[in-house]
Design a protein around this ligand. Structure first.
Ligand code: PMP
Length: 327
């Protein structure tokens, strides 16, 4: 869907996947006006196709757009594009639990101009790709590296937005984590370099045992971490499964001490791509430790099953999270 200042969003077209043409002076290539989203469509038990909370992705896209001085895309246009593409590509939606059609909305500034200013022209693109079960051999806990050389986002910056630049800035830390024998980076806050923010392309949760009660804790949204839609969904599902949930600051020192004292029994990350990924092993310059002896814990497993069942229509959708696309 093209956009021009003064004219607004134009007509969308459905095209076979392939290259697009734009000027080498396009503002996205120089000044980084690129935002994106990620969500999935799932085959339901009855053969219909539904996507999970696409309105939430449309709303987050618009928050990212506002931060990058880009135009808002009406939610109805976002959903219309989703419906058009999934309807066209329904043969590509795989059927097994854990499989899906991954949807990637992208908005870029396309005005050819070398001065630094917000583009006056944009393109909204929606593409899709079948996605297999993230963990084909069962869920495997990951090893994480707590990054203290790099920060992902600073207060007042773009941390809460899903913009391309955030990911460009994270690549070197991801490479460092790999070099340390880890699968993922854990990001700390920019000011104190002490509080845990998120992990790679996922939000993070911790499971505590407090006075006989299971408490699910995740870092609070401070403006420097991405408000994950999986994070929000799990906070609600956790309460329904009888766990208390909290959003608050958690320091690296607290993580290490709570595991050592047996108060923290699990840690896991969550996001659209991997659903839930347990954290089994933590490495940092301050030392390393295992969480739940490096195994997947029962709370992560229970939440993962609850979410997957909902997404595949195997459990009642009491929240109205599933949007039927092809009935
Ligand atoms: N944090 C970051 C940096 C991400 O890229 C993602 C993936 N979109 C998430 C968290 C998880 O968000 P969601 O649950 O909406 O996929």
């Amino acid at each position: 869907i093209p956009y021009k200042e003064g004219q607004g969003w134009g007509r969308g077209v459905l095209k076979a996947y392939g290259p697009i043409e734009m000027s080498p002076a396009s503002s996205v290539l120089h000044y980084g006006q690129a935002i994106f989203e990620g969500f999935k469509a799932y085959k339901q038990k009855d053969g219909s196709i539904a996507s999970f909370r696409p309105e939430a992705n449309a709303q987050r896209l618009n928050k990212s757009a506002a931060r990058l001085a880009m135009p808002e895309l009406p939610e109805a246009r976002f959903l219309e594009a989703t419906r058009a593409l999934i309807t066209q590509d329904q043969a590509w939606v795989p059927g097994a639990v854990g499989e899906s059609l991954y949807m990637r909305p992208l908005m870029i500034g396309t005005e050819p101009a070398l001065g630094v200013h917000a583009s006056s022209e944009y393109l909204f693109i929606l593409m899709a790709s079948p996605s297999g079960a993230y963990f084909s051999g069962g869920v495997k806990p990951v090893t994480v590296w707590i990054s203290d050389d790099y920060v992902r986002a600073a207060p007042g910056g773009t941390g809460f937005a899903k913009c391309a630049g955030n990911y460009a800035a994270s690549l070197v830390a991801q490479r460092q984590a790999k070099g340390e024998g880890c699968d993922q980076v854990v990001w700390l806050d920019a000011i104190h370099r002490e509080y845990i923010e998120e992990m790679g392309g996922m939000n993070i949760f911790f499971v505590y045992q407090e006075k006989g009660e299971t408490v699910v804790v995740t870092p609070e949204l401070t403006g420097t971490l991405l408000p994950g839609i999986t994070r929000d969904s799990l906070l609600q599902l956790a309460r329904e499964l009888g766990f208390r949930s909290e959003e608050r600051k958690i320091s690296v020192a607290e993580w290490k001490a709570a595991v050592a004292e047996g108060r923290m029994t699990e840690a896991f990350a969550c996001g659209t791509a991997a659903v839930i990924t347990p954290v089994g092993h933590v490495k940092s310059r301050q030392g390393e430790w295992l969480v739940n002896n490096g195994e997947t814990g029962p709370v992560a497993a229970k939440l993962r099953e609850a979410l997957l069942n909902l997404q595949h229509g195997l459990a009642p959708d009491s929240h109205g999270w599933m949007k039927t696309i092809v009935g």
